[in-house]
Design a binder for this molecule. Structure first.
Ligand SMILES: Nc1ncnc2c1ncn2[C@@H]1O[C@H](COP(=O)(O)OP(=O)(O)OP(=O)(O)O)[C@@H](O)[C@H]1O
Ligand SMILES: [Mg+2]
Length: 232
């Protein structure tokens, strides 16, 4: 099976602060892989390491089989990475349709209509400014924007953060559709039920290292891991 992403023994620092202490993981093409962990364990740092914002001090990163470890971020992005950053950075002064349109890259694939099919709520809000959207709608818009870049690998940083349970369900439904369309997805989360529902494979990190990996059903059974590292 071909690989969308491989991270091997990555060590990442902020100055003297040693955050990722040897993380390895992989996302096979078409898989949805989740990285779970509590606040401050290094989830965002992992994404920053993959896209080159905070390059690893040692270890390697491959995207679609290319060793991108020392590449600048703009070059890594061109391999087809769609990034949905933590805290959903959308343009507050642009309306939904404008937010989506400015992100469009490439002629094939994702269009406004296709994004609206996955997120019907965004079609209803097409003329509303970003600032007027609810948290859940902003999150859908942030994902829609990433899709408009026609990614082959989607990186999502805590998409369910701060969403009401009903919107988490809507989000889950949309993410399943993306998975069915064959998109490769790495999703960083704290929401265990969401991860268990969607993920083909799950990693749990604590203090910058992987403390568990397995299929969703294996994590469901691993009560000690859930209690110790996720508090549930
Ligand atoms: N720019 C930075 N400079 C210095 N330290 C940082 C920086 N960003 C994060 N850290 C530290 O690195 C560690 C990991 O942070 P990171 O943001 O990767 O965690 P996280 O798992 O994404 O947490 P959360 O669930 O709260 O988003 C934390 O101790 C954090 O304080
Ligand atoms: Mg984070």
């Amino acid at each position: 099976m071909s690989e969308a992403l491989r991270v091997e023994d990555v060590h990442t620092y902020y100055g003297d602060s040693y955050v990722l202490q040897g993380v390895s993981l992989r996302v096979a093409s078409g898989q949805l892989v989740t990285v779970l962990g509590r606040n401050g364990v290094g989830k965002t740092t992992l994404i920053r390491s993959v896209v080159g914002f905070t390059p690893p001090r040692s270890g390697r990163v491959w995207v679609h089989g290319e060793d991108v470890t020392r590449w600048p971020s703009h070059r890594i992005a061109r391999l087809g990475i769609g990034l949905v950053p933590q805290g959903r950075r959308i343009f507050p002064s642009l309306n939904v349709e404008e937010n989506l349109t400015v992100a469009a890259r490439g002629k094939n694939g994702w269009t406004l209509d296709r994004v609206y099919e996955v997120f019907p709520r965004l079609r209803e809000r097409a003329r509303h400014r970003g600032a007027k959207l609810s948290g859940g709608e902003q999150q859908m818009l942030a994902i829609g924007r990433a899709l408009m870049t026609n990614p082959t690998l989607l990186l999502m940083d805590e998409p369910s953060e701060g969403l009401a349970p009903k919107l988490v369900l809507e989000l889950a439904h949309a993410l399943l559709q993306l998975k069915e369309r064959g998109l490769s997805i790495l999703m960083v989360e704290q929401n265990l039920p969401l991860a268990l529902r969607l993920a083909d494979y799950v990693y749990v990190i604590s203090k910058g290292t992987v403390v568990f990996e397995g299929r969703a059903d294996e994590l469901r059974e691993a009560e000690d891991v859930r209690q110790r590292y996720l508090g549930v």
